[in-house]
Write a protein that binds this ligand. Structure first.
Ligand SMILES: Cc1cc2nc3c(=O)[nH]c(=O)nc-3n(C[C@H](O)[C@H](O)[C@H](O)COP(=O)(O)OP(=O)(O)OC[C@H]3O[C@@H](n4cnc5c(N)ncnc54)[C@H](O)[C@@H]3O)c2cc1C
Length: 452
């Protein structure tokens, strides 16, 4: 089959790889000059099969309300006027609220763990087949708490994960420091933690770009620097995808400058931008951008830096070592497609990440801000968030149109498996996991479904 994949983030590239493995002819289109230059660029680097809880839980609404006016809040909902694009935010918010109960939470966790386990196995297979080196650390993921009240809930959360087959365990501060001694300078603040040895970390950008190169070497065509302008439909099926090389000015769009790609299957893997593209052909999915930030610092004292990727419960950020650098990332801002780093809000969030690293690992990295003479490497990306945190992987009700998007906080963790599952579905195979694929098991509950 000829398949066109739209988007060369971790999801699109993994999809291309697995399609190639099944003998399909693949073209990937992306507006950037390389793979993984948008949300898959500088994330928290965690392959967190275990730490996969969705943001929607019974405490989230009250917390979000309390945090609404705090610039450094871990979860920030900044309401827009409820018209036009703003309406999508409100609708998403209401659907998120509907997930903030224990029954939905557990249902969502079950699916996220299933996809996570499947994906972790798929990632290991790809690494074995390709030998890609991406600062991988198979040292598990730890989670430390600085507030007793929060730590008191850690046992129940770990038990829920164990129920679905993930070996997360509660550890004392002493045990935590044995697992990762780098946090000893912060030990007096830590009240306890949890740890899952089977999780890991590594650089999503390096992995994705390397995999894209392997794909290209084996015949996948990459059309970088091309905008996807529209999906062209005839009847109820995709006829072609209109793309245009970047740099053509908007006033001079002529049909002659467009390329119309035809294929047996078109996979939309455009991250947060999948939603408007799909909506243009009547497939209405609640995928909305959840802006997050990261800071990457050069290590000053590598011997004192952690190897175990870690979650800081209080600030809700993740800390991962990537070679001679340390990455700290986190926070979610539900406020639209804004990617600026220079607003007071963005600056406050970046500053908060730098300050937290200095507090937890004093002197280990150069965390100085620009005004202090430092060269901090701040970044932000738009997580393609769904109210459940579960992605849409499957066939839409529009002929030849497939979707692989909405991976929210877990796109790196779920990338390899989502790509494999997508390729299996397109090839008529049934992925071996208990997951509600779009257009299949969920056919009555979700809008825009295949009748299959
Ligand atoms: C701060 C932060 C920390 C995170 N930490 C983790 C973590 O530790 N572990 C984890 O598992 N996940 C993490 N994530 C989530 C993860 O990074 C995302 O879920 C994942 O990168 C999404 O991948 P994607 O391929 O769907 O989207 P993207 O990487 O955004 O790829 C989509 C691609 O589509 C292209 N595109 C879009 N529209 C068009 C168009 N019209 N024309 C042409 N091309 C187009 C873009 O150029 C882009 O390359 C984090 C995210 C953030 C923001």
């Amino acid at each position: 089959m000829k398949v066109v994949v739209l988007g060369a983030g971790i999801i699109g590239v993994s999809t291309a790889w697995h399609l190639l493995e099944r003998g399909h002819e693949v073209t990937v289109v992306d507006r950037q000059l390389d793979a993984a230059l948008e949300t898959s660029f500088a994330n928290a680097a965690q392959i967190s099969v275990s730490y996969c809880e969705p943001w929607a839980n019974r405490d989230a609404p009250l917390k979000a309300l309390k945090w609404m006016f705090r610039n450094d809040a871990p979860l920030l909902f900044r309401p827009r006027v409820p018209f036009g694009e703003g309406w999508q935010q409100w609708r998403w918010g209401l659907q998120f609220l509907a997930q903030c109960n224990d029954a939905a939470f557990e249902r969502n966790v079950q699916q996220l763990v299933a996809l996570g386990a499947y994906s972790h196995a798929a990632l290991k297979d790809v690494v074995q087949a390709t030998g890609i080196d991406y600062h991988r650390l198979e040292r598990g993921i730890a989670h430390y708490y600085t507030e007793q009240k929060s730590f008191d809930t850690a046992g129940d959360a770990a038990a829920l994960m164990r129920k679905y087959g993930v070996a997360r365990r509660v550890v004392s501060t002493a045990e935590l420091l044995k697992i990762e001694p780098a946090f000893s300078q912060f030990a007096d603040r830590i009240v306890g933690g949890t740890y899952t040895a089977s999780d890991e970390s590594g650089d999503a950008r390096v992995f994705t770009q390397s995999l894209a190169r392997r794909c290209a070497e084996r015949g996948v065509e990459f059309l970088y620097n091309h905008d996807v302008l529209r999906l062209e439909k005839t009847g109820n099926a995709i006829e072609s995808v209109a793309i245009r090389a970047r740099g053509t000015s908007a006033s001079s769009i002529k049909d002659a400058q467009l390329t119309h790609l035809k294929a047996d299957a078109v996979v939309v893997a455009c991250g947060s931008y999948s939603a408007p593209l799909l909506r243009s052909v009547g497939v209405d999915l609640p995928i909305y951008p959840g802006k997050g930030y990261s800071a990457t610092f050069k290590l000053r004292k590598p011997e004192l830096a952690p190897f175990v990727s870690t979650i800081d419960d209080e600030v809700k950020c993740a800390i991962s070592r990537l070679g001679n650098e340390l990455r700290v990332a986190g926070t979610i801002e539900v406020g639209g497609y804004d990617l600026s780093l220079d607003t007071p809000l963005a600056k406050a969030r970046c500053r908060m990440l730098a300050q937290r690293i200095e507090q937890v690992l004093p002197g280990v990295c150069d965390t100085r801000l620009e005004e202090e003479g430092g060269q901090p490497n701040f970044w932000c990306g738009l997580r393609p968030a769904t109210p459940t945190n579960i992605p849409y992987i499957g066939k839409t009700r529009v002929g030849r149109l497939w979707v692989n998007a909405g991976h929210g906080t877990l796109g790196w963790t779920h990338g390899a498996g989502s790509g494999k599952a997508m390729a299996e579905l397109i090839s008529g195979e049934a992925p071996s996991m208990a997951f509600g694929f779009y257009g299949y098991e969920h056919s009555r509950r979700q809008p825009g479904l295949s009748a299959a």
